[in-house]
Design a protein around this ligand. Sequence first.
Ligand code: HSE
Length: 438
Amino acid sequence: MREIGVGLLGLGNVGAGVVNILRSHAREIEARLGAQVVVRRVAIRDQDKPRAASVDRALLTTSIEQVLDDPQVAIVVEVMGGVDLAARWVLAALDRGKHVVTANKALLAERGDEVFAKARARGVDVYYEAAVCGGLPILRTIREALAADRISAIYGIVNGTTNFILTRMTEERAPFSEALAAAQAVGYAEADPSLDIGGGDAAQKLCILAALAFGTRVHPADVFTEGIGAIEPIDLAQAREFGYCVKLLATAKRVGEGVETHVCPVLLPLANPLASVRGPYNAVLLVADALGPALFQGQGAGGAPTGSAVVGDIIDCSRNIVAGAAGRVPMPYEPNLKEVAKLPMSESLFPYYLRVMVDDRPGVLARICGVLGERGISIGAVTQKERGGVGQGPVPVTIVTHEAREGDVQTALSSIEALPSTRGKVRLLRIENRLPMA
Ligand code: HSE
């Protein structure tokens, strides 16, 4: 039987998942591919580090060049992470005529243009399903299953760590730090968890989704990004009282001729299916002209789910090798991408949740409402919680507005924060109540 040689760059969580799946599903893979996938070389940094997969020591090397120069390696699988070093080796692999499978969203979001252009110039394939939502096959769905359709919006819970944290904070009333520690203990978080918490990881994934869905390049710097670090248990509880949960939502949608992209915590109606995506699960709700709304849900992190997507890509890539058909699946490289206007966040429209900590004195609420009124921001609901009595320290006033322009709301917040009765920053959360499938 024909053999397809694979070289791995990295043997961490995902690399180990790849090795284990190739071994445990070898029979099915052979039957589906009509060829054997054989791991020829594995580049690692530390020979003695304990691994979650057992690999013949003779295959291990600390030299990435040895992997790239091995004539038996047809597909280089990059599961080392990082941007610049990964770019260097991926570009070197493509230069040597190797196909590449990568799980690296940061690499593609930051330097995808170079990678895809090089692959095109060398006539080889780059597959990257695992870069977005781990094991959830959302990229293949957009690129191939929906090739006939026109996507107008993507709403995603695309970061497992933050979804896990928000779920813990909501359901177990755990403080943020404890929920983060639990996410790290089970291995969901990035090496630098600020990428998860700050929304950067989700923004990188959104760039790849938007490029495929809208045929336009979106750079992480184009995406308005706000993380979950400032969310407090009181906001989760208040949101629930208004009939919402809080999710870190990555959104890309067409607005007129432009595209609006943002990653931020939003209040989602409890009746929307995205509200019941709990723990480390990821989900993408997309809206397409012909298909209508469709929801995809699955595990977006972890060695086995992500390894499953990587091995799926290895098989797809191998099928192309067997058929002599590299380049069959188009890549979002430069000539295929149109420049489309990226709309500024200040023009976005949302209803808003605002929590203001105030001194409990007569006239305070009237002044806050007055500031909002002057900016044309209409109020839908207001609650104030009792805490002690008059003169007993600040109390939370929570306001839900009707739809308003982000720029107007931000200006109003500055004025509210400048009032002598306001204590600290106003907590602003956007409300996303226009999603389909609610
Ligand atoms: N750290 C990511 C997450 C996993 O929490 O979803 C890989 O993208």
